[in-house]
Design a protein around this ligand. Structure first.
Ligand code: 9UX
Length: 69
């Protein structure tokens, strides 16, 4: 297991959190997604490497933006 932490902007309510969580959860290898609404902090737990571009695509698909690290 590994954890990666990202920052997502644009989330303002619990439904935003649900949308981001669901989209990222669909990426292969992702075991858990934890999203903090206030900070935009997203912690992805994975059992195989997850590409940042895949996370970005999922966040974009949900309608939000991944802060470039
Ligand atoms: Mo809540 Mo988030 O009504 O884009 S779903 S603000």
């Amino acid at each position: 297991m590994a954890e990666s932490v990202y920052t997502v902007t644009g989330m303002t309510c619990g439904h935003c959190v649900s949308s981001v969580t669901e989209e990222i959860s669909q990426i292969g290898g992702v075991q858990n997604v934890a999203v903090e609404l206030d900070s935009g902090k997203v912690t992805v737990t994975n059992d195989q490497p997850v590409a940042e571009d895949d996370v970005r695509a999922a966040v974009t698909e949900a309608g939000y933006a991944l802060v470039t690290s």
